[in-house]
Design a protein around this ligand. Structure first.
Ligand code: AMP
Ligand code: MG
Length: 484
């Protein structure tokens, strides 16, 4: 393509052995039309749209013409899907290249919904407009909630229908990630039983994401440690805001520690640890309270794939890896307590803190209180009047909390500042997301853009946000679908 928007590609992954990927171009689409472009992200990437018109942008972000220096591939990976191991790969995505920004940050640029690949199995390689806009919205919201995540740069309508439960409008999302390396990438290479390939992958990942551990004695073990840290931090962040990923298969867990693959995810409204939104998660495997457990389970699968690189003596390797995996609970608990201390504005540590937190959560659960808005109430930001706040148990709990707040040189200025930095005032409310997507499907993007704008600033008081803060009054349970 002649016009250049400043892509600066340096494609390292495509230079890896053949078995890691398939060289493939996005399948061209009939009538591409740009729906949304993320100018703020584009500017972080140092892209420049001054010499390009909308038709060219549509062509570009549909993959109908590839930028110079792109070297497009579909990546191979495997994964435990709901506990069952499967060989997978990008079945409907193409990595068009790795872009280097001016400060030499490396970003994967991937089209999702770009047609069949060698890994498509029975799928059509395509995506529908609703789910792609949903990923755009929720991933951007996660970013502004200060949670590591892949980003969304653009959505283009393809002008073609996709066949799902009904005929839907086709679309392509441009996803930006620090990489698309997954636990499943390691599982795929490990399953091929070629130690040299596994070593190549290990070195590649360390070079790209964790150069600090390059010179460590046991790189595989160190990698396991750092990935565990990243994943503990990530899941703590999800728990903090009530995010439920919905499909935490090992192919949807990134090595870099970014939230990836926004399918049936949604935010919890009234507090219930067993909350599940995904229609296919019948057993609640990926319920809110199971997310840390599953994170550990996935990390154990990651550890298994690294065994041949940890020690030639398999028993020794398993022992060393198990020790690291078993550090998960203590790390998680410690970080969870710290996260809750922040949410409640507490300074320092007290051994009774845990009971204070559990008692609050138990009360919220009993009274079906909105998770986000209860913390708003505690920050003296009343979203909705609720007689439960007059409840004796809650008042008693507040007395204990107030006592605890006074300790360790805290002040109301300090604790409110802390609470406001971690308790969002606004999250993507399920009914608001649906409303915005329904309108977008009817060619009205206004509600979607308004919601995006509101979600851009979730920690700041905004008078216009009030209707976005109130939970849905609907009685029926919200359900999400995988969106394939
Ligand atoms: P996901 O549940 O989105 O993480 O996808 C799991 C696997 O199914 C991945 O390998 C995807 O590439 C593949 N997949 C999902 N949807 C499609 C589709 N429409 N066509 C082909 N492959 C798909
Ligand atoms: Mg996936």
């Amino acid at each position: 393509m002649n016009v250049n928007i400043n892509w600066n590609f340096d494609n390292s992954y495509s230079k890896l052995p053949e078995s890691f990927k398939e060289n493939i171009k996005p399948v061209k689409v009939k009538n591409p039309e740009l729906i949304i472009l993320n100018k703020s992200l584009a500017s972080d990437l140092d892209l420049d749209f001054s010499n390009i018109n909308k038709i060219e942008l549509s062509t570009l972000f549909a993959g109908n013409e590839l930028p110079e220096d792109s070297n497009s591939i579909a990546q191979a990976y495997a994964g435990h899907q709901f506990g069952h191991f499967t060989m997978l790969g990008d079945g409907r995505a193409v990595l068009i290249g790795e872009h280097l920004s001016k400060n030499k940050e490396r970003y994967d640029i991937q089209f999702k919904g770009s047609g069949k690949t060698a890994f498509s199995r029975n799928g059509d390689g395509r995506a529908a407009l609703g789910p792609m806009l949903r990923e755009y919205l929720i991933s951007e919201s996660m970013h502004y909630l200060n949670i590591p995540t892949t980003r969304s740069l653009a959505v283009v309508k393809t002008g073609e229908d996709v066949i799902r439960e009904a005929l839907l409008k086709g679309a392509i999302l441009t996803r930006v990630a620090s990489s698309h390396l997954r636990v499943g990438t390691f599982q795929y290479i490990a399953a091929r039983n070629k130690k040299d390939e596994l070593e190549i992958l290990l070195d590649y990942v360390i070079n790209r994401h964790f150069p600090k551990i390059l010179s460590s004695k046991n790189k595989a073990l160190e990698l396991l440690k750092v990935v565990l840290e990243k994943q503990v931090d990530l899941v703590i962040n999800w728990m903090r805001v009530g995010f439920i990923h919905g499909v935490m298969n090992t192919d949807n867990m990134s090595i870099s520690g970014e939230t990836i693959d926004y399918g049936p995810c949604a935010f919890m409204d009234s507090y219930d640890p067993k909350t599940v939104f995904s229609s296919i998660d019948k057993m609640g495997r990926y319920a809110y309270c199971n997310q840390p457990v599953i994170t550990k389970w996935n990390l154990a699968r990651f550890a298994e794939s690294l065994i041949p690189l940890i020690d030639e003596n398999q028993d020794k390797a398993v022992k060393a890896a198990t020790e690291i995996i078993n550090s998960f609970e203590n790390k998680y608990e410690e970080k969870w307590l710290d996260m809750m201390r922040d949410k409640l504005g507490l300074a320092g540590k007290d051994e009774k803190d845990k009971f204070l937190f559990i008692d609050l959560l138990t009360w919220m659960h009993d009274k079906k209180m909105d998770y986000t808005n209860t913390f708003c109430h505690l920050m003296e930001d009343e979203i909705q009047k609720n007689k439960n706040y007059e409840d004796k148990d809650f008042k008693n709990w507040k007395l204990r909390w107030n006592e605890r707040l006074k300790t360790n040189n805290n002040s109301s200025e300090k604790y409110l500042k802390l609470m406001k930095s971690v308790n969002p005032l606004v999250i993507p409310r399920n009914h608001k997301v649906e409303e915005a997507l329904n309108a977008a499907n009817q060619n009205d993007l206004k509600p979607f853009l308004k919601l995006l704008e509101i979600l851009d600033n979730p920690y700041k008081k905004n008078k216009d946000a009030i209707e976005y803060q109130i939970p849905s009054a609907a009685k029926e349970k919200y359900q999400t679908f995988c969106g394939t």
